[in-house]
Ligand binder design. Structure first.
Ligand code: NAD
Length: 291
């Protein structure tokens, strides 16, 4: 069994981006600039955005963090996004999800300029991605592909089972794994909350992507020997023994599943680390394409 070390791979991706950014600066060009919008004070969102801003600093990118209180109106938020769309100095825009109930995520996603949509959620980017055209690929699925590529994991002809069909993880990764690409050519089964016989389906999988948000859902009896298991889930589970009062749990029962696998991602240190690296890759790409 080999651990797919997201931290290590993310580090190599980031070192490459830092070098490229240093070159841009030496040539007198502007470094990539990511603008992040954070609404409210959700603990997990605060952590994710802080980590994205910190990574920008590490790589020599510019970053701008724009904060709104939970009560912000939809109009105010959309107005700020339109301003950032027009701002020539900004290459990438992300709005940290989830958003408060009064704000339509759909409107927010559709308002971000597709050229600056480094999260890859805009319908124009999703549409291009489905057709195999150059597009910003959503960061988490993109990070998974980078991990598969780094470890040279054979995907061609394999049966991949994706658990979860969200627009940001399950659906895009199921499409990407099915495409005619070096990290694709899988036969994909996409499962969701209405799937029957999930255990039987998982037992047929060569590759399982667990992205449902239910801690330790995937257990050893659902996984065949030699499988590749990608754990996307991150849930904060109360744990009095931890300094922060919670532990991060994936969707996979790691201790029992890992011994059966050829490859498995840990939580933390797996897909989460890759997501930020992939976002940084998209932001670099946005800067290059715009300038
Ligand atoms: P979501 O809540 O939008 O979607 C969950 C999906 O799981 C749904 O499609 C639902 O049908 C399916 N599902 C729920 N219960 C199921 C069951 N019992 N059997 C089969 N399918 C079931 O979730 P999301 O936004 O895709 O996130 C999923 C998990 O991944 C969460 O824990 C989230 O925190 C995590 N996440 C991690 C990263 C990262 O960078 N590692 C990024 C995004 C999301």
């Amino acid at each position: 069994m080999q651990i797919l070390d997201g931290k290590l791979v993310a580090q190599t991706v980031k070192e490459d981006l830092k070098q490229k950014t240093d070159i841009l600066k030496r040539e007198g060009k502007k470094p990539p600039h990511l603008a992040a919008i954070l609404v409210g004070h959700n603990g997990a969102s605060e952590t994710y955005v802080a980590s994205k801003v910190r990574t920008c600093e590490e790589l020599g990118y510019q970053s701008t963090l724009i904060r709104f209180e939970t009560e912000v109106t939809e109009d105010e938020l959309l107005q700020k996004i339109r301003e950032l769309n027009q701002d020539d100095g900004v290459d990438g825009i992300l709005v940290q999800l989830p958003l408060p109930a009064q704000i339509s995520e759909e409107k927010v996603i559709n308002t971000i300029s597709a050229q600056k949509d480094v999260d890859g959620f805009h319908p124009a980017n999703i549409g291009k991605m489905i057709q195999g055209q150059p597009a910003y690929i959503p960061a988490t699925p993109y990070g998974i592909l980078l991990l598969l590529e780094y470890y040279k994991i054979e995907t061609k002809g394999k049966h991949a089972v994706v658990i979860g069909r969200s627009n940001i993880v399950g659906r895009p990764i199921s499409i990407l794994l099915s495409q005619n690409t070096p990290t694709g050519n899988c036969t994909v089964t996409i499962c969701h909350s209405h799937t029957r016989n999930l255990k039987d389906i998982c037992l047929q999988a060569d590759i399982i992507v667990a992205a449902l948000g239910k801690p330790e859902f995937l257990t050893a009896d659902m996984v065949k020997d030699g499988a590749v298991v990608i754990d996307v889930g991150i849930t904060r589970v109360p744990d009095a023994g931890k300094k922060k009062g919670y532990a991060l749990k994936g969707d996979v029962h790691f201790e029992t599943v890992a011994p059966k696998c050829n490859y498995i991602t840990p939580v933390p240190g797996g897909v989460g680390a890759m997501t930020i690296a992939a976002l940084m890759k998209n932001t670099y790409l946005a800067a290059i394409q715009r300038n």
